[in-house]
Unconditional design. Structure first.
Length: 175
């Protein structure tokens, strides 16, 4: 890894902790401190999560953000990877649909809470529910995936990304 990147990562983390000393002792911060300087790309971090789960999260965030471009992309990628039409149609109503595992439900709940963060706070109850379904590293990766898709949704909506004609990536592609 690039030494300048490591120095920058350590400096940024030191600034964050100096402004918020309580972060030093919270679980996600130890993972953040370790991972911020360890992973060279988002793809490296996301490899620890199931690709199908990531696609469900990307679809749900794109639904919430009204991003047709990303919805087309991630539904096609999910289908190409073997996801069923039924489950994809039910992502919008995942709470009522019995086709999702507890882990998928936790991921979709976390996705909704972080995507709609401006409208409400993430309760301790929700955090504990999600934390029970994922390891610390997985929860950091899931959070990063949600932050990333929300960012891509905003780019695609703002810059009127085209819809139609997306060709799904191969099954062997990196998540």
């Amino acid at each position: 890894m690039n030494a300048d990147f490591e120095d920058h990562a350590e400096h940024e983390y030191a600034l964050l902790v100096s402004e918020h000393p309580e972060w030093e002792t919270e679980p996600f911060n130890s993972a953040f401190a370790r991972d911020y300087g360890t992973f060279e790309s988002i793809a490296d971090l996301l490899r620890g999560l199931d690709a199908a789960l990531l696609e469900l999260v990307r679809v749900r965030a794109s639904q919430l953000n009204g991003c047709a471009h990303c919805l087309e992309m991630h539904t096609k990628d999910a289908l190409a990877s073997g996801e069923s039409d039924d489950r994809l149609h039910l992502v919008v109503a995942w709470r009522e649909a019995p086709v999702f595992s507890e882990r998928e439900r936790a991921a979709l709940l976390w996705c909704e809470e972080l995507t709609l963060l401006v409208e409400r706070d993430v309760s301790d109850e929700i955090y504990l529910t999600v934390q029970s379904a994922f390891s610390e590293d997985e929860l950091c990766a899931l959070t990063l995936a949600i932050v990333a898709i929300n960012g891509w949704n905003r780019f695609a909506v703002a810059f009127r990304a085209p819809v139609g004609g997306y060709v799904p990536r191969s099954r062997d592609a990196t998540p």
